[in-house]
Design a protein around this ligand. Structure first.
Ligand SMILES: Cc1cc2nc3c(=O)[nH]c(=O)nc-3n(C[C@H](O)[C@H](O)[C@H](O)COP(=O)(O)OP(=O)(O)OC[C@H]3O[C@@H](n4cnc5c(N)ncnc54)[C@H](O)[C@@H]3O)c2cc1C
Length: 396
């Protein structure tokens, strides 16, 4: 087993760190910290500040947005190992690439994989953040069971007429385009009747109603479609091929997520260590044991992530990665709960001016709840592990 990086990879790391140090306006934050602070207006509705637009554009223009892509797509043809280094360096510093992930993580890669030449031409602006995208998958009756979507698109010759509702649509209030999954054929088995459409959000008949998080801030929305006319040229892939595209889109969303999950846990344990020292709790046996247990879990998950990455880089499947989303999101919630406990009555203080660590833990306590839901709930991930990794029969 080789546990070190090559000289070339270390040079890549150095160049990245130099770029971050010279250009990054956002070190020391996580994207969760941004929600409700720098990226919402006085009413709590999400906005994209100028510095975030400029940072994302600078990453793209210098080949640091998606390093594995070529320069025309904001990358530098980096190897998988270099991508791992990149993700770790950003995540361990709490630096987001963007405050809205759908364009670079879902829409852009999906258009490149499944779109026609005109649609692929939309990808650079999506990845650079010049065009803000949202992803219309979930509906009131279709979340974990995504194939159940009922938003209907009726084929009317040169266009589709769309009626229905999406929910939990991140950034819908800011987006100019939606990669939207609709039912084009209700008479075939449900996985086969779904299609993917690019819908311009300023098309007549679309209503966006922001939904507030438990923090009071609105980062996602309900989206209602009433007789929305969408040109046929906006169909991505073949009609009825939407299920395959959703699976591709979710894989794009999840790839590399484990690195950010592990790095987030590592940052939290580091911050907890600082907190117990500053509060004089570092001689408390119960606290010491608890922190040591959680530290060993974080390190164990990192090792597991690396093992999966090594298999993946060699072209074999990495079942370890099925565990990583569940494990890192749940471990992070436990870490945040410990940090809240350590504050005693101070845990109820949400005013950033006086709260411990500027309210980082209170904010994370709320936003961390979403981590075991978005992108596939923990329960559903466990079903996947049971069936695909452990080979157990489908539950009834
Ligand atoms: C912060 C955030 C951002 C999001 N952004 C977007 C977005 O941009 N676009 C988008 O389309 N969606 C988005 N979502 C929605 C997300 O994909 C769904 O919330 C998720 O897929 C779960 O679906 P649901 O909320 O309908 O819950 P449901 O599927 O109704 O699940 C309810 C409960 O039942 C459990 N459950 C369901 N099925 C099973 C099963 N088979 N076995 C055991 N337990 C089960 C679930 O685990 C959960 O606890 C976002 C969610 C969050 C939290």
């Amino acid at each position: 087993m080789k546990l070190s990086f090559s000289a070339e990879d270390e040079a890549f790391r150095e160049e990245l760190i130099a770029f971050i140090e010279a250009n990054c306006p956002a070190a020391g934050y996580s994207s969760g910290d941004f929600i409700g602070t720098e990226v919402s207006d006085g009413d709590g509705i999400m906005v994209i500040p100028d510095w975030a637009r400029e940072w994302q554009a600078a990453l793209f223009d210098n080949g640091w947005m998606i390093p594995a892509y070529g320069p025309e797509l904001g990358g530098r043809n980096a190897t998988p190992t270099q991508t791992l280094i990149y993700l770790e360096e950003l995540a361990s510093r709490g630096i987001p690439r963007s405050v809205h992930f759908v364009g670079y993580a879902i829409a852009g890669p999906s258009l490149l994989e499944f779109g026609n030449p005109d649609q692929r031409a939309l990808a650079p602006a999506a990845i650079r953040g010049d065009t803000v995208w949202c992803a219309g998958m979930s509906e009131p009756g279709a979340g974990s069971d995504l194939a159940n979507i009922s938003t209907r698109a009726v084929d009317e010759g040169d266009h589709f007429k769309v009626n229905g509702q999406k929910v939990w649509t991140s950034y819908a209030m800011l987006a100019s385009k939606c990669l939207c999954y609709v039912r084009t054929d209700p008479d075939v088995p449900k996985h086969r009747g779904i299609s993917a459409l690019i819908i311009d959000m300023d098309t007549p008949g679309i209503e966006v109603r922001p939904l507030r998080h438990i923090t009071g801030q609105a980062e996602f929305a309900e989206v209602f479609f009433t007789d929305v006319l969408v040109p046929k040229r906006n169909l991505v892939g073949e009609q009825g091929d939407g299920w395959r595209i959703t699976m591709g889109a979710l894989a794009h969303e999840r790839g590399g997520l484990w690195v950010e999950g592990v790095a987030g846990c590592q940052r939290s344990i580091d911050d907890i260590l600082t907190m117990i020292k500053s509060r004089g709790r570092d001689q408390d046996k119960v606290v010491r044991r608890r922190v040591a247990e959680l530290y060993s879990q974080v390190r164990g998950l990192r090792a597991l992530g690396y093992k999966g990455f090594a298999s993946f880089a060699q072209g074999t499947s990495a079942p370890e990665h099925s565990f990583m989303k569940v494990a890192t999101s749940e471990l992070h919630q436990t870490l945040i709960e410990l940090a809240m406990d350590l504050q005693g009555a101070g845990l109820a203080v949400t005013d950033r001016a006086v709260a411990e660590s500027k309210g980082r833990w209170q904010q994370s306590f709320f936003t961390g709840l979403a981590a075991t839901i978005g992108g596939g709930t923990s329960e559903v991930q466990r079903n996947v592990i049971a069936q695909r990794v452990l080979g157990l029969p489908r539950g009834r």
